[in-house]
Design a protein around this ligand. Sequence first.
Ligand SMILES: O=C(O)[C@H]1O[C@H](OP(=O)(O)OP(=O)(O)OC[C@H]2O[C@@H](n3ccc(=O)[nH]c3=O)[C@H](O)[C@@H]2O)[C@H](O)[C@@H](O)[C@@H]1O
Length: 345
Amino acid sequence: MASNGQTTKSPPSPSPLRNSKFFQANMRILVTGGAGFIGSHLVDRLMQNEKNEVIVVDNYFTGSKDNLKQWIGHPRFELIRHDVTEPLLVEVDQIYHLACPASPIFYKYNPVKTIKTNVMGTLNMLGLAKRVGARILLTSTSEVYGDPLVHPQEESYWGNVNPIGVRSCYDEGKRVAETLMFDYHRQHGIEIRIARIFNTYGPRMNIDDGRVVSNFIAQAIRGESLTVQLPGTQTRSFCYVSDMVCKTRVDGLIRLMEGDNTGPINIGNPGEFTMVELAETVKELINPNVKIISVENTPDDPRQRKPDITKAKELLGWEPKVKLRDGVPLMEEDFRQRLAVPKKV
Ligand SMILES: O=C(O)[C@H]1O[C@H](OP(=O)(O)OP(=O)(O)OC[C@H]2O[C@@H](n3ccc(=O)[nH]c3=O)[C@H](O)[C@@H]2O)[C@H](O)[C@@H](O)[C@@H]1O
């Protein structure tokens, strides 16, 4: 019985071979979107366990092989160019389903493709989970709360989302993905886990990703003005992606997968900042000579966002450790290396 107490079905059985002793000790794990920013950090963490075999699928729309270069050729690692909107047949025990462009400029670039990725991609992965008896974790998003009228956002809040706006392909897409997860769970007994990830930053973000932390850091390093989108008072809560410095989000995902709770569970850092405060912090830490300028915003930009992480703390024993002021310099180092702009001493 799952934690929400609603299922009457037991999960489908894995094949007899997967039930054998040898295979039970050795997990085959599929990571969709594993060449992306969060996906590749998750792969690093999963590969540290010698009992794991990791299969990554990615279509490289925003992900990159470069993020996985340390694993290519490793006997426990496999990389497949595949688009999750097409069915996939592989024998696995667990599925981490991350595949979807996550930066607003990329997910709005081809909105029909984005919603197909969320709906058909999730259906295909649930179909796979059903066929092989795998447990599946969906990385959903704080965007399911839309422009929230409740603050901070608890998992029980149903959200305030525009169903026909320019962000809908992503936020409504993820909401349908969550619905599909629960319907497969109730109807077919699939073992599901849902993480609602809040704004994340850190090494391996695309330099021109378009999201605010990567934009500000790249701008500060290049000596360009920091572009605060109006009004600048909108808030976000930023979580540092790290499996090296201390236990943060990626660890949260693994704990969720391994635990008994279906979720949804918020995974994020509750430290809340306005975009002006973020720009001032980046300016102070990276380049005090740059200007901060105001630019036009895009429609439906959420005005405030901050996770309530009580559930993550209580159910997963997880909470973030890296403060914004400590995370920004770590990300700066990675960006300076990739942009080939060393820090002046
Ligand atoms: O992490 C999340 O919870 C979600 O947040 C992001 O959406 P958003 O919060 O809008 O991310 P950004 O594009 O980084 O924008 C954050 C804020 O910074 C502002 N911004 C953005 C870019 C910029 O150059 N300047 C700037 O002020 C935006 O107007 C917005 O208010 C992405 O949509 C999702 O990947 C993700 O699921």
